[in-house]
Write a protein of this length. Sequence first.
Length: 370
Amino acid sequence: MAIFLGLPDRDDRTLQVNFARVYAEQVELRTPHLPAEWAPQSGIQLTWPHDGTDWAPMLEEVEACFVSIAREIARRERLLIVTPEPDRVGRRIENEVEMERVCLFECPTNDTWARDHGAITVSDADGAQLQDFTFNGWGLKFAADKDNEITRRAAEAGVLHGRYVNRRGFVLEGGSIESDGMGTLLTTSECLLSPNRNGQMNRVEIEEFLRSTFHLQRVLWLDHGYLAGDDTDSHIDTLARFCSPDTIAYVQCTDKNDVHYEALKRMEEQLRTFRTLADAPYRLLPLPMPDAIYDADGERLPATYANFLIMNDAVLCPVYGQPDKDALACQVLQEAFPDREIVGIGCLPLIRQHGSLHCVTMQYPAGVLR
């Protein structure tokens, strides 16, 4: 119950927003909860490419992209690099990255998608729970046996600090969920209801599992939207992202001749029906749809500006060599995050393996990386 006194000049919407801010503060203090990405961080994980991954034919090119990401992270926060080749990677980055903030952790890996094999951290009264879910290669599409061991190994080695929680009975990728830090989770039905993930469970059962595991008030399901060439079955971080408890940035397609137009239009219409916990409409910020990019075989690649990474004092935005749209995407993110620096990172190499900047990173709350 909330009582507002001495505010005769304020309308109902202002009262709702004020309530939302108070509620946000209360929830962020309450434990346990699933922090929003903009909550204070201790650092970021990258899982480095090597010639035993699908990056082998273009390793030099993609490593240059990873170095750019690593450089921007290490300027601001701790950086955990997981790699089976710590000596080689150390030599590769030592002249370009602030090494005093870098931890190189030796560990076997299948691939580089830290967002989906990294720990999903829940904050509680004792610090952090390192929730370790099964990553099954986005519905049994790719091998992930080595990547599935990274979180456990890092926790046992003391690289990740917190209480390790084995959730390996449930398939879940970090890119498939968005938290507002207040008890709302945003996800897509296409991904979480995929029969090759948790096919033994229906939507009600999956939602109840998420609510109890992450101590949620509710789950918002997006039922529309996709990107051609996406291996993830429509991860939410390719389509729509929380920027604050009342703001969502999302991919908008305005070209009626684009194959995505109808699905993204329906997604936009559904986003307009969503309400905040204060029962107000979300502030929706449309991100541009990049011009179509194709691989050598003519397959469209899933370029998206929604795959940005929120840091303590910056937002890293993927850019694709399209000056006007790259600049517009950064402008939209500056509006969403006026107190953070917006840094564009060229991510054309990453989309050649059907991912982007957010997909290769995983942030950890305060205290997890030291």
